[in-house]
Design a protein. Structure first.
Lengths: 216, 354
């Protein structure tokens, strides 16, 4: 299951990132040379215009879980690369450019790329979100969660796009994941649940109505 | 048994998705103080079919039907079989932003393993459900009715009730509710009694009132959970608190009841699911004596404390074929050997969903 924790963190206020990096490194068991390597990665991020707060969650998670330095450094280096790739992708369309200014949306795009999403998938989500960062993030979470749960990537994308086109509040999209799990309890295949969800999203006003339409 | 009322407006059907069909075959094994041969372990082979279908009639309106039928011939030590048939119909219509839903259903069995003969329990209900406000609050009012018929038993009764409910969906991960339920029952094979415990010739009537509250939620990305609690009272005119009367033999049982239940389903992916649930209930009878082990009446009123719990695990390689394992345990403690009960069951089986 991919870790969605990093994309949930909002951008930290300017000026606090350096303090946070030091406080995280203080808690780590890394040697002076290893800490210098971490600083180097964050300096590269600064030069690339990638906010430090988009990498700090990865470092903090690695330190908290006792991940060996080499693995943590590899994760940070890869994360930086994915963030740069995500920015280039987002800045290729007007909708993406509007979303790229939101660090959480930018981070989500990077995570989606890292976990196997295609560029076209991300651009389709950006287009359907129409520049609304909350809609984009919630639909992205939904897409990633359904793929992680076992739904095929194309079908999961269709569900996320249907949610974006509906009037259901974006904050409620995660409830659609619950519908798949509850549908499974009723022995309704995920593909059939997806079919019902997409049909119901055309008219459902809220999650309650969606639930009644899908679970029978 | 679900039930909601619908103000009818039959419109052209807009869209009907394929129905859900399922078949299951199971091996059940268990023992119970109430089994057909009490205290003797039993086993049965159970066969089950399920059906579900829903059709939109117009935007916001729909009709839905769900049903389940099973038959379970006993194996080895016990003869006969147990069957059960369930049917639920639901019809919903929008009323502005609100909705009205009508429901009807039935629960029946043809076999006579429980000693009551054939039984049938039709039920009906009507609900007016308000739209949620900006804060996520949603009131609803429901009328509920049912009638239990027993061919050989004496629990036949007509039940009429209502529920006032307020639920709140603060976030997508947490919903809470509070409800008041009230009801009246007319028992058609039992009589009310006077203060001396003698039948009056009038049919027994019971009145009930309960308060309940609960929550359900979605934790992480794979755990569904629920927790409910309820407390209330039943007054029956087929019971009396007068001293000197042998309350034990009276049919009614005025009592206070408190109960709670909770459970969770963990479904980390589409292939496996694990469910756990538990419940507890205490009944304080204020019109029936307990019974000592030597057969004499207890100085205290009858008190029954019951526990239950179960575990369900199922696995599927393709979301069509399922392998299921389930176990349930229950135990009731009481100051009356005749009321104390227990049961334990285990089930293994396979299901196929079309």
């Amino acid at each position: 299951m991919l870790s969605l924790a990093g994309v949930l963190l909002c951008a930290a206020p300017p000026g606090t990132a350096a303090l946070d990096l030091e406080s995280v490194l203080k808690k780590s068991p890394y040697s002076a040379i290893e800490k210098q390597t971490i600083h180097s990665i964050f300096n590269q991020a600064d030069q690339a215009g990638v906010p430090r707060e988009l990498l700090l969650p990865r470092l903090s998670e690695g330190v908290a879980k006792g991940v060996p330095f080499g693995k943590t450094a590899e994760v940070l280096t890869n994360a930086l690369a994915w963030l740069e790739k995500a920015r280039a992708l987002m800045e290729s369309t007007p909708e993406g450019r509007a979303l790229a200014s939101d660090p959480a949306s930018w981070s989500l795009s990077a995570t989606l790329l890292e976990t196997g999403a295609g560029e076209q998938e991300i651009q389709m989500l950006e287009d359907a979100a129409q520049g609304k960062s909350t809609s984009y993030r919630m639909a992205g979470f939904l897409h990633a969660s359904l793929v992680s749960w076992g739904l095929s990537r194309p079908l999961s994308l269709q569900v996320a796009l249907a949610a974006l086109r509906s009037v259901v509040a974006p904050e409620r999209y995660l409830g659609i994941v619950e519908l798949f799990e509850q549908g499974r309890q009723k022995r309704i295949s995920p593909e059939r649940v997806a079919e019902r969800v997409m049909e119901a999203l055309k008219t459902a006003k809220d999650l309650d109505e969606l639930r009644r339409s899908v679970l029978y | 048994m679900t039930g909601t009322i619908v103000l009818a407006c039959i419109c052209s059907p807009l869209h009907a998705l394929p129905p859900s069909l399922g078949l299951g075959a199971y091996l059940d094994a268990g023992d119970s103080s109430l089994s057909p041969t009490s205290g003797t372990p039993y086993a049965d082979a159970r066969f089950q079919g399920t059906f579900g279908w829903r059709m939109a009639l117009a935007p916001g309106s729909y009709v839905a039907v769900t049903s389940r039928a099973s038959v379970a011939p006993y194996l080895a030590t016990v003869s006969g079989y147990v069957d059960n048939e369930l049917l639920n119909l639901e019809l919903g219509l929008p009323v502005g932003a609100d909705s009205v839903i009508l429901g009807a259903g039935e629960d029946s069995s043809l076999s006579n393993q429980t000693g009551v003969g054939t039984y049938a329990q039709p039920a009906w209900s009507a609900e007016y459900r308000f739209a949620r406000d900006a804060g996520g609050l949603r009131p609803s009012f429901t009328y509920l009715g049912r009638y239990l018929y027993e061919q050989l038993g004496s629990d036949d009764h007509l039940s009429q009730g209502f529920q006032l409910k307020l639920d709140r969906s603060a976030t997508v991960r947490l919903e809470t509710y509070g409800a008041l339920q009230g009801g009246w029952e007319l028992w058609t094979k039992e009589q009310a009694v006077d203060s001396a415990g003698a039948p009056t010739g009038a049919l027994r009537q019971d009145w009930l009132a309960f308060l309940s509250a609960g929550a359900r939620g979605f934790a992480g990305f794979s755990v569904d959970w629920f927790a409910d609690a309820s407390a209330g009272v039943r007054f029956s005119d087929a019971s009396t608190t007068s001293t000197g009367v042998s309350q034990l033999v009276l049919p009614g049982g005025s009592r206070l009841t408190a109960s709670a239940k909770a459970g969770a389903d963990w479904t980390p992916n589409r292939f496996i699911s694990v469910g756990l649930h538990g419940d507890i209930q205490n009944d304080w009878y204020f019109s029936r004596d307990g019974l000592n082990a030597d057969g004499t009446f207890s100085a205290s009123n009858l008190n029954v404390l019951a526990f239950g719990g179960g575990l369900t695990v199922d696995w599927t390689p393709d979301n069509a074929f399922y392998v299921v394992f389930q176990t349930d345990l229950s135990r009731a403690f009481a100051n009356d050997p005749g009321v104390a009960q227990w049961s334990a069951t285990a089930t293994v089986g396979v299901e196929y969903s079309f």
